[in-house]
Ligand binder design. Structure first.
Ligand SMILES: Nc1ncnc2c1ncn2[C@@H]1O[C@H](COP(=O)(O)OP(=O)(O)O)[C@@H](O)[C@H]1O
Ligand SMILES: [Mg+2]
Length: 356
């Protein structure tokens, strides 16, 4: 008679195809149950619902069981997930597991598009997500997600009766969104001086009622390191996604963004090539990523459907409607999420932050 623990000890030694360590080491084996006719049910506890290619786990579990236990019956693999993260918001009293910055060397490369689609894509894969538009120079997220309302401040009381205010994020297609654009007039030119910008970003992040999030995606202003520096001083970021287009000149800009993130000690999660296609070419970012030894998170072809949905405020529909960009976008979301999980294993624990 086959027992749960026999199978369990065998599966603990299996290597996770993405993270390269054993299920035992990763704590990914959620449970094993042997039923009538030696039917086996295995539960795998994923580090993110956005795990790419779960089928590889199913195949590995099935073949291992059938090879190791000749009398095993059918094998079912069920998935649960528990997003791992640096408790990024912990120092600020926020319950945010991973803060992800999206940056670029220059404007117009699709940084906001990638930030918004990362947020909606991860949400569609089952993660709890928020989106913060910190692009003080061109806050375009409200328009892209079609949420033009104004966030309201709500009074709360501490257990000792002290009153404090939290900003309620705007909900756009179920996503919690906050933008610098909500606090400045659309035609008002804002010149942010260092300390003022620092204060605005800090408040903005800290005073928003985010609730519990697996991922908070932040759309950074292009180029400059001011906001990144503020963020990196404030919390431990999971890392930065750098967006660029395939042309050489945009790649040079991407290099600047990468060195900026390195200077402010924000880990680079990887490079996204946007607007791949006949007009701008293809593959430049992939080669550059390889050369620099940073992950390549995927390419997003140039597609009028992206522009139209972004312009109309329906960018969320890229995930609810059948369209050619959905697959590439989900791939970018998955590779970003798994890179965060991978990095958590590699980076030594940061002082004052705990792994949750
Ligand atoms: N892959 C793409 N295909 C077609 N249009 C795109 C793509 N990515 C972005 N765009 C469009 O390009 C413009 C600039 O993108 P945006 O995300 O606002 O750039 P940034 O935030 O870097 O300034 C927008 O009109 C957007 O809809
Ligand atoms: Mg933008």
């Amino acid at each position: 008679m086959l027992t749960d623990s026999q199978i369990s000890s065998r599966l603990q030694t299996l290597t996770d195809p993405e993270l390269g360590r054993s299920f035992g080491e990763l704590g990914m084996l959620g449970g094993v149950a042997v039923g009538p006719n030696n039917a086996v049910t295995v539960t795998i506890d994923l580090p993110t619902p956005a795990y790419p290619g779960k089928n590889r786990i199913v195949d590995a579990v099935r073949s291992t069981i059938s090879q190791s236990f000749a009398d095993a019956g059918s094998v079912e693999v069920a998935f649960k997930s528990n997003v791992r993260g640096l408790n990024s918001g912990g120092t600020l009293g926020l319950k945010i597991k991973n803060v992800v910055a999206v940056g670029s060397g220059k404007g117009g490369v699709g940084k906001s598009t990638v930030a918004a689609t990362l947020a909606y894509g991860l949400k569609s894969l089952g993660c709890q997500v928020g989106l913060m538009d910190a692009d003080v120079y061109g806050p375009s997220i409200p328009h892209m997600v079609g949420a033009h309302g104004r966030p309201v401040a709500v009074k709360h009381k501490t257990s000792t009766g002290e009153e404090f205010e939290r900003i309620e994020p705007v909900i756009a297609n179920g996503l919690k969104v906050i933008s610098m654009g909500y606090f400045v007039q659309p035609d008002q030119a804002v010149i942010w001086r260092g300390p003022l910008l620092h204060r605005a970003i800090t408040q903005f992040l800290k005073d928003t009622d985010w609730g519990e999030l697996d991922y908070l995606i932040i759309d950074l202003p292009p180029g400059t390191g001011d906001v990144s520096l503020t963020l990196s001083q404030m919390l431990g970021l999971a890392g930065a996604v750098v967006v660029c287009t395939p042309q050489q000149v945009a790649l040079l800009d991407a290099m600047k963004a990468i060195s900026m993130f390195r200077q402010v000690k924000i880990p680079i999660l990887g490079l996204v090539e946007n607007m791949t296609g006949e007009i701008f070419g293809r593959g430049g970012a992939k080669n550059k990523a390889e050369e620099l030894g940073i992950p390549f998170l995927g390419e997003l072809p140039i597609d009028a459907g992206i522009r139209i949905r972004g312009d109309d405020g329906h960018i969320a529909n890229l995930f609810s409607e059948d369209n050619p960009s959905r697959g590439p976008l989900l791939g970018i979301c998955e590779r970003t999420a798994i890179q965060i999980a991978r990095q958590l294993l590699e980076t030594p624990k940061m002082p004052s932050l705990e792994i949750i």
